[in-house]
Design a protein around this ligand. Sequence first.
Ligand code: SF4
Length: 459
Amino acid sequence: MLLRHTTPDIKERSALTVNPAKTCQPIGAMYASLGVHGCLPHSHGSQGCYAYHRSALTRHYKEPVMAATSAFTEGASVFGGQANLLQAIDNIFSVYEPDVIAVHTTCLSETIGDDIPQIINKARADGRIPEGKYVFHANTPSYVGSHVTGFASMTKSMVDYFAENDGHRSKVVNLIPGYVEPADMSEVRRLATEMGISSIIFPDTAGVLNGPLTGKYKMFPEGGVTVEQLRQSGSSSGTIALGNLASSPAGLALDSKCKVPCRTLNLPIGLIDTDLFIDALRRMAGVNVPESITLERGQLVDAISDWHQYLHGKRVGIVGDPDQLLAMTRFLASLDMRPVYLATGSPAGKKFEQSLREAIAEVPGEVRIKVPGDMYLFHQWIKNEPVDLLIGNTYVKYIARDEDIPFVRFGFPILDRMGHSYFPSVGYRGALRLLEKILDALLDRKDRDSSDIEFELVL
Ligand code: SF4
């Protein structure tokens, strides 16, 4: 019992988080930066933060995550980090030659109050930023928000710095995919392409954090949205922002800066939310849904109806980032499962909590929700009344092991299984994969627990 100190009696806590269900803002900012082609993320703070953020992403993606740091010591902590950042910009462009540097702050540089736009302007005035190269930034103090808000701020910053309206409207649709896996970003692009729609996806980590092993090291892989595409996003016909917390700030910024209308949707996880995404794409681009996508949808509907009896009424506990938590809850409720314990570590606001309550409106019995909550409380709920299935990131495996509950890994981070970088969770195909994982977990348990008499070849 690794979590043997978790007690079933629940006491109200307001000032203490135990076993948090989130991580810090710069991790999300670093991940978003990697979705820009030729970009080197830069951590403006001390080396400890930077090492942690890089290793968190490396452990999830099993790829070397490159970044740079302002390497604060006592001097920078007292007098500010301007000299460090100016020197870093010089060194990075002359040694590593990226197209872009994306600077994010940390708790320390935010507490000092470093003015990053002023430092970038000074670097430009001093001639430290070569012609045709760029530096942009996002403020990501980690004593507020979470890795999701860090991702959202860096994505919005791409709009703030680069998007331009050239006076024309192209037929291109902007797709802001949310804090999802590289495979999900590919899947969003594939669905749009299948419908004959040209899209600009940003950020886009496909090909960056799930690239091939070629035997040749490339510091800046092929993938990622280019600065030119970010510029053109200001002239697109519309934007679909997937996931309210991670994507809507960038979508709304494009609307107010370049008058590109934005529609915010849930992440397209599961049948209903993928339907809404496809419908929004169809309307925005003025195209028809091709037979190939109708076929994918039909396969998902068939699988749901074939296996529905093993899903019906199953109690599920989910821990996840807000956009994922909401979409997964809606998916499970649509399968007649019972998502009964829902927790996220990210502060996502009352509106989000309201959306979660709407998602479980038809789920029978009591549903416990905590926004923001932690995994200690989530575990306590389970100790009081167990569930049939747990869904969450790798940290949930301690609860699954202690309570002997089937467990599906989903979200960030996943440190001990493969697949998330290569197989999507979004779209009809993604839903099919999630369905397979959920059913495997439930039916493996059924096989394990059945007596010899109940043990069946065909379930
Ligand atoms: S919480 Fe703040 S100090 Fe800690 S690693 Fe994150 S940015 Fe650095």
